[in-house]
Design a protein around this ligand. Sequence first.
Ligand code: TRP
Length: 357
Amino acid sequence: MKQKMDPWKSFEIKDYDKLMQQFGIDKINNVKIPKSHKYFTNGLVFGHKSLQTLFEAKKNKKSFAMMTGLMPSGKFHLGHKLVADLMIYFQSIGAECYVAVADIESYLTRDISLEEAKKVAIKEYLLNYIALGLKSTKLKFYFQSQGNKNYMNLSKFVSKETTMNELKDIYGELSPEKMISAFTQVADILHPQLKENGGPKPVVIPVGIDQLPHINLSRDIAKRMKEDYKFIPPSAIFLKLLPGLKGGKMSSSDPNSAIFLSDDEKTVKKKIKRALTGGRETVEEQRRLGAEPSKCMVFKYLYYFFEEDIKIREKRCKTGKLLCNECKKDLNDNVNDFLKKHKKALNAAKKNYKKFI
Ligand code: TRP
């Protein structure tokens, strides 16, 4: 059965390989990546669509861009950091950057007022992006509700290039609000290629895999608008859904499932202490049988965020030489070191974020 995907609801993915086959997602390890980032090698970015076109443009000294968007709700957590780091990576290799605040979408689908969305977008997202290293050069950080005329028109014109049946096939049942949100997102994704933004060029969209339906719709529509707009189908890279600390889903509304970049030392310690591991009931048992790193969130977080080579840790864990407390302490030290530096950068960002808007 085809994996059901509703980008407005949470879902779990059991088998990434199967998903890739079903949705024509290519493996990332077939692409040669300049100045590669660790997320490309540790499996977090597991797949892509036509990413080569972007790097070809780079090689030929042609322009290329990165475009993504944020949902202005809740506090900024480690899951959000993944997309932010990739935005910054693409900016560092020379991409023009477009970042949409999805305030139309959050108003329509989550009942968040435009004012509230603006506050959250700046305080939680923009400031953290800057602290993580986003630069203001070649960057357009914009609000969906404040886009210019051509962008607004595009968000309506794209509706002519699809059918109700196609939308149902891609999204399942769709309310009017969701439909408008989808068209707005298609405009986000395609507008870097409008004449006023320098015309057609390869654009990569780094997103969590939950956004795949929007990518597929945008690519289909881009092809159909080829005559008039000469759009190049947007490229995409897909991130795995980062599991919560307790296993299961990570969510802003469940504070114990996520580490927020605003958490203090004690809170981080408490959350990591309660994290799901692959450990045994007793120390004795663990020494004897070893533990199961594949089930362990602490292991995953260490691998995804902090350690290049996890093989030694894995082996020590499986053979019972390593106990869970030691890994938890390592993760805790890493996270708190990072947050300490990050908080300084955040204070600096508070002073100069105005030039980003
Ligand atoms: N729908 C996205 C989310 O829920 C936000 C978004 C809006 C977006 N426009 C976009 C993502 C364009 C990628 C590209 O997070």
